[in-house]
Design a protein around this ligand. Sequence first.
Ligand SMILES: Nc1nc2c(ncn2[C@@H]2O[C@H](COP(=O)(O)OP(=O)(O)OP(=O)(O)O)[C@@H](O)[C@H]2O)c(=O)[nH]1
Ligand SMILES: [Mg+2]
Ligand SMILES: [Zn+2]
Length: 295
Amino acid sequence: MMEGIIVQGRGGLYTVRDQEGIEYVLRAKKKFRWEGLSPLVGDRISFTPGEISDEHGWIETIHPRISQCLRPPVANVTLLCIIVAPQPAPDWLLVDKLLIFARKQSLKPLLIVNKTDLDDGDTSIRLAQSMYAGAEMEVYSASAREERGLAEIRQRLSGETCCFSGQSGVGKSTLLNALFGLTQETGDISRKILRGKNTTRHAQLFTFDDIQVIDTPGFSLLEMDEVFDPVLLRDYYPEFAPYEGQCRFSPCYHGSEPGCAVLKAAQEGAIHPQRLERYHTLLADCRQKWRERYD
Ligand SMILES: Nc1nc2c(ncn2[C@@H]2O[C@H](COP(=O)(O)OP(=O)(O)OP(=O)(O)O)[C@@H](O)[C@H]2O)c(=O)[nH]1
Ligand SMILES: [Mg+2]
Ligand SMILES: [Zn+2]
């Protein structure tokens, strides 16, 4: 049996790369379906290669995952790189949701503001830096087009399995091309609606020295799929931590309770008001799902 990593999967066929960099096309054995397990890009697997006359071999074993993302569906990522750009306009709520996903999976999150060449007065990068200052997320900036900020990012990605994630059209593929000399297809942004055109259709894994990166298709909707007790949401906000236990009520959701230390901190400028506002949006969403959980 041989060992490899899934670099792409489409239509039930998986491209797998072995240690020597040779690629094989494989199918998954039926037993995985019975086990409710489906192979993901990033999975480490054991396989039997196809015979010369066969078109494909078989995935025999999927090794235990250190992490698993559902959106985008990839395995064994260590660093979730969330990409935003001044254009298309950042959906910060989407960023906050990705950040929560990352925390749930114990992935380190990292934000990259791309297209700084379009960032008038550094508005986007400054906003990102101030919003996430207390959120334990590193913030980098880059211009794939003008090749700015690339060396710092490359250095940060060293030793990691990174997943590039974010809205369509922010430049994930262009940035990966610039960082690693790839020639992936990139797409224009629609002029009318200023949105990406979903150019990347499948997740794909690339390896450069000690860096593995996965490019993924952009998306604009992200549901908080998991239903969980809304009181747990606050645990995903490191900027709230200094105030836990100081609110009048216990537990406090930091919603609109009187005597809430988090609300007070936000009023005094210690917590970014937009982060708190979006937290309230997610809290309402979470509460509704929690109420409806037995329906
Ligand atoms: N001005 C500017 N444009 C950029 C930069 N990076 C990417 N773009 C442009 O943004 C558009 C979208 O780039 P893509 O790399 O296809 O975006 P993507 O995030 O991979 O999009 P999907 O594959 O659809 O998710 C292209 O027209 C790129 O040329 C940049 O740093 N500056
Ligand atoms: Mg792309
Ligand atoms: Zn509170």
